[in-house]
Design a binder for this molecule. Sequence first.
Ligand code: FMN
Length: 189
Amino acid sequence: MTDALELLTTRRSFKAVELTGPAPSAAELDTLLTVASRVPDHGKLAPWRFIVFEGEARYAAGGAIAAAFAAKYPDAKPEHVDAERQRLARAPLVVAVVSRAAPHVKIPEWEQVLSAGAAAMNLVLAAHALGYAANWITEWYAYDRRVLDALGLAPRERIAGFIHIGKPPGKAEDRPRPPLSDIATRFSA
Ligand SMILES: Cc1cc2nc3c(=O)[nH]c(=O)nc-3n(C[C@H](O)[C@H](O)[C@H](O)COP(=O)(O)O)c2cc1C
């Protein structure tokens, strides 16, 4: 129990560019995705899925991001377009958590979206537990239809996050957290 609390209270994001190799092994990736899929899910709909970007595939996906950027900004300098190509190659592993939330007769869509957030958070925590660090980011391309099409997202699907995973550069400094007195109240009649 202490170990679990230690893990939860020491987790910190690092910038994607700070995350280095080696990438998680195939077995570790299985563990990461298994933990990510082990979340509360009203109606057992599995309203999320994962897309893994590793090795050269990160650059192929980056090509789609760069193409979308160039289409959006036709006057963009080549070096800026090229920087976009590196987007998913900053960390050795990136996992896109895709929300598949959709209208349902019984289960509110909102709850399906929350389940995708839980999957993303479990993935981040599992990475930490395995000795990696993570950064949960979306950035502009998570909202660009051209990019989403290229990554194979259906029209209703949305990116909950691109979870960047790699070895941390060192120990994490914490950032200020909201005081409990600001965010928690006790209900009294
Ligand atoms: C859904 C979601 C999307 C995010 N997208 C970005 C982003 O695009 N760029 C960014 O710098 N941070 C983004 N963040 C915040 C990072 O995850 C940030 O590093 C983190 O909140 C720091 O928190 P920590 O100190 O608890 O690790 C996002 C967070 C969430 C939950």
